[in-house]
Write a protein that binds this ligand. Structure first.
Ligand code: FAD
Length: 509
């Protein structure tokens, strides 16, 4: 008997493993580990989503005639340790060898790489057959400085995989339509209903409540809308293509109080658990675009494709090539606690409270809410990047370290000193006003900086630039910001710095 490990984020039923005829020779081992969901504390929907999808996957394998050994969280024989559980199964079945698919998690990879000495049987690994890029390619690109910039990486991926290309030229004559991705949503076009898989998970929620797992956030049948098996994930993809793709690119950066998703896909859980492959998603979107090019323009499809073969693959490359730096760096030496609003959703700042509440209720926020509201605020409040990383890893249903860490630690907190982002993503109230309707119903005034009711983002923004002058002013992308800072008169600057220092100390705004 050969043991094959299936991790919780390897729910890819299309993998070549399952196409082999001699399934009788294998036992597939899956496990729920409290070590995976206790540290950091996780959103209830994230634990439920992964466990429900894993249990469904195990049932599918069994239906296909495969042997499955599934350790539930509270099973008495679950030793809550990956290798200990595998070793036990290997002993019980007198297994001849152990096989695994390459994991996406750096630490789990180290454990599995060294598993032969613990298990005492031959060990073999396979590709997970999920991503466009292999780990060998990633290692080679790591040595090549030209792919460290996302735009260069993205163009290389488009060429290499012939995505949206006309011969050697980008379709539409431009690589990137980013400039057309910044429309504010003002009530039209109408927002389609979100896809909901309507899964019943009450039993699992109850089971977790009776276990030793602590979670945060909420779950209801209205908010747990995620797919837990492939058919649902395919339906979710179809829903996006039919209803949202036509406006995806234009409103990618928009935010609105009444609409969490706007035209976003909400496909990240299906992708990261591997219910869907990025290639099938990109291929389906491009086919849909060609079939509907009378009303879907290039801006929409390019904006979408860029997220998947650009950002998603790029972040993974950066994770594998710079893992240690991401886990250890703290460029601005920020040491403060995460403001309470991230746990409670309560703040007078409407933008921050909306995005935090949304995250706590749905285990979801879209990219700009994560980057320009929650990330921006945490950064300018000088929050310890480790605390920010832990919160992001816990709260979002799609958060797996390989994608969360470079996005949060790098892109949003600039704690890596600029490996991912060419400048820190910071914004004052004018950006929030431009891209959303949050300020309309906020008790703070977005137009002033130093009054009692001035939007905190305004003083925090100039304060951030002021105190980090040494680290940032020589950055060519920051030149304009510093020239504007230099135009602020001394008295006003002092009031700004005083107010921001006070806000950073108070923290509950
Ligand atoms: P859409 O906007 O519909 O985009 C389509 C798909 O593109 C997404 O499903 C996702 O797979 C991919 N994508 C888009 N942007 C990125 C990106 N920057 N990195 C990787 N993939 C991307 N994404 C995660 O999957 N897991 C995370 O833990 C995560 N943490 C983030 C933390 C911060 C601070 C920021 C700024 C971004 C983070 N992202 C993360 C990226 C992005 O915010 C989410 O992928 C996206 O919001 C998921 O919602 P969606 O499926 O509706 O995305």
């Amino acid at each position: 008997m050969i043991i094959r490990l299936v991790l919780g984020d390897q729910l890819n039923i299309e993998h070549s493993w399952y196409r082999q005829e001699s399934q009788q020779d294998y036992v597939y081992v899956m496990m729920e580990l409290n070590t995976e969901v206790n540290q950091p504390i996780m959103h209830i929907q994230k634990v439920v989503g992964f466990f429900a999808a894993m249990r469904h996957f195990a049932a599918t394998l069994t239906e296909l005639g495969a042997h499955v050994k599934y350790f539930k969280l509270t099973d008495h024989d679950n030793q809550q340790d990956l290798l200990a559980n595998i070793a036990q199964v290997a002993k019980d079945l007198n297994a001849s060898s152990f096989e695994y698919q390459l994991p996406d998690h750096w630490q789990i990879y180290q454990t599995l790489k060294n598993s032969q000495s613990v298990l005492g049987i031959p060990v073999k690994h396979y590709d997970s057959e999920h991503f466009y890029a292999t780990l060998t390619q990633i290692a080679a690109w790591g040595a090549d400085s030209k792919y460290q910039l996302m735009e260069h990486f993205y163009r290389m991926m488009r060429r290499e995989h012939h995505v949206l290309m006309e011969g050697s030229k980008p379709l539409g004559g431009q690589w990137n339509f980013d400039g057309d991705n910044r429309k504010k949503w003002k009530g039209d076009p109408p927002i389609p209903d979100a896809y909901s898989a309507n899964n019943i998970v009450e039993n699992l929620v109850e089971e977790l409540q009776h276990s030793n797992i602590k979670t945060f956030g909420s779950i209801t049948s209205d908010t747990f809308i995620y797919p837990i098996h492939r058919d649902q994930a395919l339906a979710q993809l179809q829903h996006f293509l039919t209803h949202n793709l036509a406006y995806f690119g234009s409103y990618q950066d928009a935010m609105h109080t009444q609409h969490t998703l706007l035209f976003h896909t909400n496909l990240s859980f299906a992708l990261n658990s591997k219910l869907l492959s990025p290639k099938e998603v990109v291929d389906a979107a491009i086919a849909h675009y060609h079939d509907h090019s009378d009303h879907i323009n290039i801006t929409q499809i390019e904006g979408f494709v860029r997220q998947i073969i650009g950002w998603r693959e790029y972040m993974r490359m950066m994770y594998w090539n710079h893992y240690k730096h991401f886990t250890q760096s703290n460029y601005f030496d920020h040491q403060e606690k995460l403001p309470e609003v991230y746990w409670t959703g309560e703040s007078r700042m409407h933008c921050v409270s909306q995005c935090a509440q949304n995250s706590l209720s749905n285990a979801y926020a879209h990219h700009i809410q994560r980057l320009m509201i929650l990330g921006n605020f945490a950064l300018m409040m000088q929050t310890d990047p480790k605390a920010v990383d832990d919160w992001y890893l816990g709260v979002y249903i799609d958060a797996l370290e390989w994608v969360q860490l470079p996005n949060t630690h790098g892109m949003s907190q600039f704690a890596d000193g600029g490996l991912i982002a060419t400048k820190p993503y910071i914004a004052s109230a004018s950006y929030v006003q431009k891209m959303s309707n949050y300020c309309q119903s906020c008790s703070y005034d977005p137009s002033t900086k130093t009054e009692e009711n001035s939007c905190p983002l305004n003083s925090l923004y100039w304060h951030f630039l002021y105190i980090n002058r040494e680290k940032l002013s020589t950055n060519p992308r920051m030149g304009l910001m510093y020239s504007l800072l230099d135009k602020i008169d001394e008295t006003t600057l002092k009031s700004i710095v005083d107010r921001a220092s006070h806000l950073i100390k108070v923290r509950n705004l």
